[in-house]
Write a protein that binds this ligand. Structure first.
Ligand code: SF4
Length: 281
């Protein structure tokens, strides 16, 4: 299967084939495929997805996406702390070891295992999600199950692949659940407790572009008001430290809101354009 047909297949899986798959010379050169796609698809963004008017439902969904949750609290004797300064000096092995036994927040109580992250430790592309769900907690890898399959298809549409020049991490390393044992977004306190691990991962990876998948990832990395809707964060190149950061929808959200896949693709095109424009890419 040629690169062009492979990309068309991924776009079809994203529900975008008729809109995005046949554009000029895109994907005709293996090495330059990403830049070619950016040039052609950005034009389409300008005529289709970029015409996002942020309808009321986007704001409603965004506002509902991160409800306030009381964190599970630990007794002082249950908490083991590692200083930010120590974490900032750790190598990969040390960091993985500390995370695996971490009890810095109450999410440690209900986890099967920590979900550290997966991928190329020298990746140019870093994708950050919210936290492990049931499947991830069981398997120990981020973005498995249906949302993971969609993320893999998004990678494919971008000319990327899980584990090759990509790294996937989450804001929290342990699965947040509600009183009914259902997945929930992490509370602000839980995100704050875990953030130093992700910060160290980012420092070690040194990505060229960060893509925040969903509201929790965006507001945690950008340190924004939790009430900020995703609709107001899309379409802009933000900065995490001095790295460009693009915000798009979480794949799990896209599985429930299929019509927003075209907006997500526009976000990914912006990310590819940003990557192409970065001198160190
Ligand atoms: S979510 Fe993060 S801070 Fe909380 S226990 Fe797990 S690894 Fe530690």
């Amino acid at each position: 299967m040629s690169n062009q047909h492979r990309r068309a297949a991924f776009l079809h899986e994203m529900g975008l084939g008729p809109i995005w798959s046949q554009r000029g010379t895109a994907a005709s050169q293996a090495d330059g495929a990403v830049k070619d796609v950016v040039v052609t698809d950005i034009r389409a963004m300008q005529t289709t997805a970029i015409a996002d008017t942020r309808p009321a439902w986007v704001e409603q969904v965004s506002a509902a996406a991160v409800p306030m949750h009381a964190p599970v609290t630990l007794a002082a004797s249950e908490v083991t702390t590692t200083s930010f300064a120590d974490i900032a000096q750790m190598d990969w092995a040390q960091l993985k070891s500390v995370v695996a036994s971490c009890t810095q927040c109450g999410l440690c109580k209900s986890r099967t295992q920590t979900v550290f992250g997966v991928g190329d430790q020298k990746a140019k592309w870093l994708f950050v999600g919210e936290g492990p769900g049931r499947n991830e907690d069981f398997q120990g890898e981020p973005f498995v199950g249906p949302a993971g399959k969609l993320l893999d298809n998004m990678f494919g549409a971008m000319g990327l692949k899980r584990g090759e020049n990509t790294y996937i991490a989450n804001i929290v390393k342990c699965r947040p659940t509600d009183a009914s044992k259902r997945d929930r977004p992490p509370a602000a306190e839980e995100a704050a407790a875990c953030m130093s691990y992700l910060e160290r991962q980012i420092a070690l990876i040194k990505p060229t572009v960060i893509v925040a998948l969903g509201k929790t990832a965006a507001i945690s990395l950008l340190k924004l008001d939790p009430a900020t809707p995703v609709g107001k964060l899309r379409g802009t190149v933000h900065r995490y430290a001095d790295l460009p950061l693009i915000v798009t929808y979480h794949p799990a959200y896209l599985l429930r809101n299929l019509k927003d896949k075209s907006k997500a693709w526009a976000d990914l095109c912006l990310a590819m354009q940003t990557y192409a424009d970065t001198p160190s890419a």
